[in-house]
Design a protein around this ligand. Structure first.
Ligand code: CKX
Length: 613
């Protein structure tokens, strides 16, 4: 596995070849693939799109819900290249994969929402190569996200997620061959400091040959403004295993909320003969901090308005699609949003690039979801249900897995100006000392890893009350998922819901945490086109009344610094008596058409346009 999770760019020294297309595919119910040598080539296969989530492509229920091992195979032709490094990058393999090239195992990866890169220089042949991937989508209490697997009478398996979204699986993001110089940029990080009229950009660049670099190399960084002019350029200095230096940009055009200004950045590695490698990216100069109960971008308070989202669309499942992403940003801009949370896992790279270009703020979430032992914890959360999740012997293995994924997420996403915070959990049990110990380790590691020292957070469900939650002191801003008027006191009891919501916020206020709070989930399941007067649960009118009530409450608490409603769009879940064709809490339908609440939010968020606090 190589250390570079940089987005693949084509530059004067770098090439990439897409391996996307139709691949051979085969389920391996008996888990016999390895002993039968399937890595040599699949027999009796069907064709499957890569990237793709297989589930919703099928008309057969068993196949849609398949859980276990499954295999992919493709062939590719490698052009002749001299003195180059050849890497193979998978955008995501959900939830884990073992990769074989020309029958040789070349690597494996755990975690279905982050990329991994394998160095295949010594295994790849000029001409035809056979690439085979064994994938597995089982859930467990040491996987992220967490869940279980049920063994059926016929020996087949069914995934039982402890979370509320469909367990879409497969090679869900692009696969690419990267052809790079032998010495190349492996990673870079930028940290910004702003003063009156200039920005200092502290740069650190790591090369692939950190250890073997004898000092004869040079590394140069330049940034180009929107008019194509060089804003700053610098020859970096070698220090230990990296190249460092500080660029100064005078009168910088800052990246800002819905007012993004990006610079083109180029890093060049050179020796006495010339440029060896060039890596380019789009960067935004901005700072993020928390001061008292404010979240600050470039030193100015911001109020977060927007959504918890999912990577989810009809037929595509969790496959990234530029047109869906474009439509989502258009819908979000139309109703005045400025932020979304990548609930409940890191999304495809392109989402962050899009947000950088649009000036959207992202709370980037690791797949630490389902840390309460229940297949309907969305109902049981708030009922006082407690499952001793962090008191089990497998927790050290889970922790190691989460630490790895936090590391990969921060490594991949750290340079996006849109990423203003990392969320390190969604709705775990947080009331035990064990949960505190667990998350202390996760937060400590994330703080070390993020060069920009962005705020860290996590989303707390109802059992994590002000009195019982042990973990909120770890958060730089406190995120609450609360459903007063839906899971709690819904329908005819909505009047009590308002009181109960105020009561809880009063109790948080009394704690004097001195921190900002953000509502990261609140919402009601709503069937588009279901109408009732007066509003009753599941109708569009009820969704509107629910939001009006919730906003009335939020506006009375000045430590609330953001409202991300649940969810941007209806999305697919496991089947169940609480889910009608999935979770219907969308403000938009799954086809991205507005329910009437979209107009309620539009009105509100336009009125709040200038609200910064
Ligand atoms: N929060 C009471 C996590 C999300 C679910 C949401 C829901 C729950 C609510 C917890 O992943 O979709 O039930 O709508």
């Amino acid at each position: 596995m190589t250390g570079s999770l940089l987005y693949p760019r084509v530059t004067s020294s770098r090439m990439k070849l897409s391996l996307d297309g139709m691949w051979k595919f085969k389920f391996d119910e008996a888990k016999a693939g390895l002993s039968e040598g399937w890595e040599k080539g699949l027999k009796g296969y069907e064709m499957m799109p890569v990237p793709g989530s297989f589930a919703d492509l099928y008309t057969d229920k068993k196949k849609k819900n398949y859980c276990g091992d499954f295999w992919y195979e493709t062939e590719f032709v490698m052009p002749k290249v001299n003195d180059k490094k050849v890497l193979l990058r998978f955008g995501s393999v959900t939830h884990r994969g073992v990769v074989f090239l020309n029958e040789v195992k070349i690597g494996e990866h755990e975690g279905g929402f982050l990329p991994f890169v394998l160095d295949i220089t010594d295994v790849v042949k000029t001409g035809t190569n056979k690439l085979v991937v064994k994938v597995n989508n089982e859930l467990s209490e040491v996987s992220l996200p967490c869940g279980a697997v049920k063994k059926n009478r016929d020996g087949s398996l069914t995934a039982k997620p402890y979370f509320d979204f469909f367990n879409y699986s497969g090679i869900q993001r692009s696969v690419e061959l990267l052809i790079l110089p032998e010495i190349s940029v492996e990673d870079y990080e930028l940290v910004y400091e702003l003063s009156e009229s200039e920005a200092r950009v502290n740069c650190r660049v790591k090369l692939s040959c950190a250890e073997g670099d004898d000092g004869s190399l040079g590394v140069n960084i330049s940034i180009i403004d929107e008019n194509g002019k060089t804003a700053s350029e610098l020859e970096l200095t070698k220090q230990d295993n990296a190249y460092i230096g500080t660029l100064t940009v005078s009168e910088p055009k800052l990246w800002n909320v819905l007012d993004p200004h990006l610079y083109d950045m180029s890093i060049k590695v050179h020796d006495e003969k010339g440029v060896i490698d060039e890596y380019t990216d789009r960067i935004g100069i901005r700072t993020v901090s928390v001061e008292g109960t404010d979240i600050l971008i470039n030193g100015k308070p911001v109020y977060l308005k927007g959504y918890g989202k999912h990577e989810d669309f009809d037929i595509l499942g969790r496959t990234f699609n530029y047109s869906v992403a474009k439509r989502d940003f258009e819908c979000m801009k139309w109703n005045g949003a400025n932020c979304f949370r990548t609930s409940h896992y890191p999304y495809a790279d392109e989402w962050y690039q899009f947000a950088d270009e649009e000036g959207f703020l992202i709370i980037d979430e690791v797949p630490a979801v389902g840390m309460m032992r229940s297949t309907r914890n969305f109902v049981e959360a708030g009922m006082g249900h407690y499952t001793y999740f962090f008191e089990t012997p497998t927790v050290p293995e889970l922790l190691q897995n989460e630490l790895n994924q936090v590391e990969e997420m921060i490594k991949r996403d750290k340079n996006h100006p849109s990423v203003i915070a990392f969320s390190l959990f969604n709705e775990p049990e947080t009331t035990s000392e064990e949960s505190f110990e667990y998350f202390s380790r996760v937060f400590e590691r994330a703080r070390e890893l993020d060069p920009q020292k962005r705020p860290l957070t996590g989303a707390l469900e109802k059992n994590s009350s002000p009195e019982k939650c042990q973990c909120y002191p770890l958060l730089d801003f406190i995120c609450l998922n609360r459903y007063y008027g839906w899971y709690i006191s819904g329908g005819e009891d909505i009047y009590e819901a308002e009181e109960k919501f105020r009561d809880e916020l009063n109790r948080w206020k009394a704690l004097e945490t001195g921190k900002p709070f953000v509502m990261t989930e609140f919402g009601t399941d709503t069937l588009a086109g279901q109408h009732s007067l007066p509003g009753t649960m599941w109708s569009e009118e009820y969704q509107n009344e629910y939001y009006e009530m919730n906003f009335r409450v939020l506006d009375d608490y000045d430590f609330i610094k953001g409202e991300l409603v649940w969810n941007f769009a209806d999305f697919q879940t496991s089947e169940g008596i609480f889910r009608v064709g999935g979770n219907k809490k969308g403000i938009f339908t799954r086809e991205r058409q507005p329910k009437s609440s979209a107009f309620v939010l539009k009105r509100r968020w336009e009125e709040l346009k200038d609200r910064s606090k």
